[in-house]
Design a protein around this ligand. Structure first.
Ligand SMILES: Nc1nc2c(ncn2[C@@H]2O[C@H](COP(=O)(O)OP(=O)(O)O)[C@@H](O)[C@H]2O)c(=O)[nH]1
Ligand SMILES: [Mg+2]
Ligand SMILES: [Zn+2]
Length: 219
């Protein structure tokens, strides 16, 4: 779940999230929430984001947790599945789950350590069954992502639009940085891969290996 105001989600955060999902073969739908709050200029930014992520192959949906019509499709998507809602604190994950099933009464808004009866604070991931079918996992807000369980050399495999053309690179160990005959760099130049996605790739390649690619996160 992504919002562009209150709070603002950065492409770099989305890209790290998506890479983690790809690494675990988890299909992603990007929900742009709080559409009811956006001014004209915000709407342009939403469209830019949607361009970036549709080009990368992701399903993008504009919703408002407060607009039942905009979220109805989710009931079908969730039926028969287990679905995790992720994103920054305050983007509206718990509000959306309540809108999908008002019986759940998850706590929203201010994070509180008080456990009021009949309410759940999102301080850890918790799974709930929806009355319309399927299960949803509500997660606490994620500030940053540093949890990717694979080698740096494989990073481009977790960008779907890069994965498609990797075999076209001249060198089979191409890192898509400075190598000649690199199909990824050419696709960026030709506008087939969005510059913002490539910038995230480079940023992740340059990031501290211990931080970004550590393999002991669940130990
Ligand atoms: N205007 C508007 N506010 C929303 C929407 N979704 C959530 N909110 C508000 O955003 C705040 C944070 O929501 P919450 O569900 O607690 O976010 P979470 O931390 O992602 O679970 C609450 O005050 C919600 O009422 C929406 O679609 N539109
Ligand atoms: Mg919450
Ligand atoms: Zn390459």
């Amino acid at each position: 779940m992504v919002t562009l105001v209150a709070p603002q989600t950065q492409p770099g955060f989305i890209d790290r999230f998506l890479v983690s999902a790809e690494a675990y073969h988890i299909p992603v739908t990007i929900l742009f929430n709080k559409m009811d709050l956006y001014e004209e200029s915000d709407l342009n930014v939403v469209e830019e984001f949607i361009q970036i992520y549709q080009k990368a192959g992701y399903d993008c949906r504009k919703i408002s947790a407060s607009d039942p019509v905009s979220i109805e499709f989710l009931k079908n998507d969730i039926k028969g599945n287990k679905v995790m809602f992720g994103g920054h604190s305050g983007v509206g994950k718990s509000t959306l789950i309540n809108a999908l099933d008002p019986n759940l009464k998850l706590k929203t808004g201010e994070i509180s350590i008080q456990h009021l009866s009949g309410q759940h604070t999102t301080t850890f991931a918790e799974m709930f069954e929806l009355s319309s079918g399927g299960f949803v996992i509500d997660t606490p807000g994620i500030r940053a992502f540093g949890l990717i369980d694979f080698d740096k050399e494989d990073l481009s495999h977790y960008f779907p639009e890069m994965r498609e053309i990797l075999h076209e690179c001249k060198f089979n160990n191409c890192q898509h940085i400075n190598e000649p005959g690199c199909a990824v760099k050419k696709a960026v130049e030709d506008g087939k891969i969005h510059e913002s996605r490539y910038a995230s790739y480079i940023s992740m390649m340059n990031s501290d290996e211990e931080e970004t690619f550590r393999k002991d996160i669940y130990k």
